[in-house]
Design a protein around this ligand. Structure first.
Ligand code: FA5
Ligand code: MG
Length: 426
């Protein structure tokens, strides 16, 4: 029972993204700073590090008989983004403070998993002529403000399946992705399924083990091959370590997360797991078992190219772009580090306050001039009123900010805050 308006929206997604300048209903929440970036398609721009990384990762999976696809329009139905993956109606990721909505039933995809079902269906229609896929796309999330989070980022989604009758094929594939002992030493696996009871009933423990180890080894091998391509003056290769921990997604079980040790800390790179069998049967694939993952391309590119701040991917400054050669990994040479200037802002909140709404406003008013936003103080009075104090760290990637520029941004931010969020400035 589609009504006409919805149907035409879904038929011409590019057009609606442009038309989101008007509010369609009370769910519409796509801000100017997101609209301003539509059509940039960084992952398809030859020579851009994200485009090169897409190509280099695809080459790593080349001998695996998979389809490589790029998805352009980010506008999808909430059915595609959430329901098709079994994401519960009440899941936080569906809230207006986490997701950009065109209208109640239409959003900007929050992950490439939105296209899993569609690509599994394509495999089924091709009578399983391929064993899996890699999907690359831009994805959108309301999120915090710091060097490794950006409201538009890129993911690559991979999946790989076996016919459950082909045990020999599974074992052969597993043999192909064995890690040598030097690489094995760099991997900490805290999710080996020993004593783990979050498994799917339908699959045997052996099938689950083979799929899980094949998943983990394929990813570590692919990523480590790229690490080995980095120049010696860039990344300290002896410092690179991998850690697998358990994760949880409604569309995989068991689920795993991969982190890489970088600049003295563990940085989350991807989420993954054994595909839930009901996703496969929904797509018309019977009696198969396999894995899927979704990797954050910016996070990996930051490590490989030594790019210190996620905002740099969006810069139009030639000093950034001229440093890169298509499909090569080189070390980014910072052209300059401009001075940091911070300003604090304090306000009273009520229960309706969502931190992401505040971050969104900062991005809208200050664009890419804010490097990070930190909550530096929080207290609640005896009467139960809560006050927050945030530090806004201003730093341009392109030039030295003048004091008066920062003052003006802060004034504008205060004004916008007072008029659009339900808070009281202090
Ligand atoms: C997902 O998005 C799942 N769809 C991944 C998946 C696919 C699981 C298939 C199972 C099967 P998650 O929310 O953890 O998972 O995001 C995946 C990766 O995207 C993160 O590990 C991180 O590298 C990257 N990422 C997430 N949020 C941001 C952000 N705001 N900025 C930059 N990168 C981000
Ligand atoms: Mg995660």
């Amino acid at each position: 029972s589609f009504n006409c308006k919805r149907y035409s929206l879904l038929k011409s997604p590019k057009i609606i993204f442009k038309n989101t300048y008007k509010t369609l209903d009370s769910w519409s929440n796509i801000p100017e700073h997101i609209k301003a970036k539509q059509g940039r398609k960084l992952f398809l721009q030859n020579g851009h590090p994200l485009c090169s990384l897409r190509e280099l990762l695809q080459r790593q999976f080349r001998d695996k008989s998979i389809n490589c696809v790029a998805k352009e329009s980010p506008v999808v139905s909430t059915i595609t983004n959430f329901d098709s993956l079994g994401i519960p109606k009440t899941h936080v990721s569906r809230s207006k403070s986490d997701t950009y909505y065109v209208d109640k039933d239409t959003c900007l995809r929050t992950h490439t998993s939105a296209h899993q079902l569609e690509e599994f269906k394509n495999l089924a229609e091709s009578k399983m002529s391929k064993k899996g896929f890699l999907i690359t796309a831009d994805v959108y999330r309301r999120d915090e403000v710091d060097a490794s989070h950006y409201p538009i980022f890129h993911q690559m989604e991979g999946a790989y399946l076996w016919d459950r009758n082909d045990k020999a094929g599974m074992l052969r594939d597993l043999e192909q992705v064995k890690l040598d002992s030097d690489l094995q030493k760099l991997v900490i696996d805290e999710a080996t399924l020993k004593d783990h009871n979050d498994l799917q009933d339908i699959y045997s423990l052996q099938e689950t083990q083979i799929a899980s180890i094949h998943l983990k080894n394929s990813l570590v091998l692919a990523i480590h091959n790229l690490v080995l391509m980095t120049p010696d003056n860039g990344l300290d290769k002896s410092q690179v370590r991998y850690r697998w921990t358990y994760d949880s997604f409604p569309f995989t079980q068991p689920s795993f997360q991969l982190e890489i040790f970088w600049k003295g800390a563990w940085l989350e790179i991807l989420g993954s797991g054994v595909v839930r069998e009901n996703i496969l049967t929904q797509a018309g694939i019977q009696n198969h078992v396999g894995w899927a993952f979704g990797i954050g391309l910016e996070r990996l590119a930051m490590i490989l190219y030594s790019i210190p701040d996620i905002r740099l991917f969006w810069t139009t400054d030639d000093r950034f772009h001229k440093q890169f050669t298509p499909n090569e990994i080189t070390t980014f040479q910072p052209y300059s580090k401009y001075p940091l200037c911070y300003k604090d802002i304090s306000f009273w909140i009520d229960e309706s306050f969502a931190a992401n709404d505040f971050y969104e406003l900062v991005r809208d008013v200050c664009k890419d001039l804010v490097e990070s936003v930190d909550l530096i103080d929080q207290y609640t009075t005896k009467a139960g009123r809560t006050s927050l104090c945030y530090r806004i760290n201003y730093r341009s990637m392109e030039k030295s900010l003048k004091n008066e520029d920062v003052d003006l941004l802060q004034v504008n931010l205060r004004k916008a805050l007072a008029s659009s969020l339900n808070i009281q400035l202090r």
